[in-house]
Design a protein around this ligand. Sequence first.
Ligand code: DC
Length: 242
Amino acid sequence: MVTALSENNSALSGHNIQHVPVVTIDGPSGSGKGTISQILATKLGYHLLDSGALYRLTALAALNKDIPEDDVEALAEAALNLDVVFKPQADGEQLVLLEGQDVGVQLRLDETSAMASKVAAIPQVRDALLQRQRQFRQWPGLVADGRDMGTVVFTDTEHKVFLTASPEIRAHRRHKQLIEKGVDANISHLLKSIIERDERDRTRTVAPLVPAEGAFVIDSTSLTIDEVVQQILDFIGFTELK
Ligand code: DC
């Protein structure tokens, strides 16, 4: 059971949400976080939070409404009032509807990625999205994919993973992903924007992209998806029933 929750899916009342297990998977884009988080959520029967999608959605909402990138107040308001629904699909992917429109392709466009990185550097936007992210913590557990899942959003969990990979392999993976989705992409532009985005994400003053204390750090450059998943399952002490 992989369920991506919409904000309207309220947390179970009467249960201490702090007891709901969370596995945080932080790292730069292209490190394989998305795919690995999805597989882990399926294996564990946990819910899934793709927190990057919330920043991308805020960016897209801002672009659609022509909100300038320096209008902090309007951007924070757009983040707070995101009209978004995540619909899990049978294949484990999720359909993302912004104001009722399927925005799966738009979310991945370079323009949206660049704007997402900018809005993600604004503390008021991060604050506006914090509660929404924590609402995904529901029984029987959550796999949370992002940049600051272990350092800011779910600090109390003991299962923190930091996934990384070389910029070249990440550009290559992103290129393949875009082409498969029918989006035209240029690998050298992707590499350049990945390097720029990394630098911004790592050096921003609010929630910089760094491993949480005690995080299990995995470099996936020369590992297969299955090998990474297995390392994480071993780390959290999960034994598969045969
Ligand atoms: O993982 P992604 O590429 O979809 O993330 C989009 C942008 O949002 C990226 O610039 C990093 C930022 N982000 C963030 O700052 N914090 C998160 N928890 C998730 C994403």
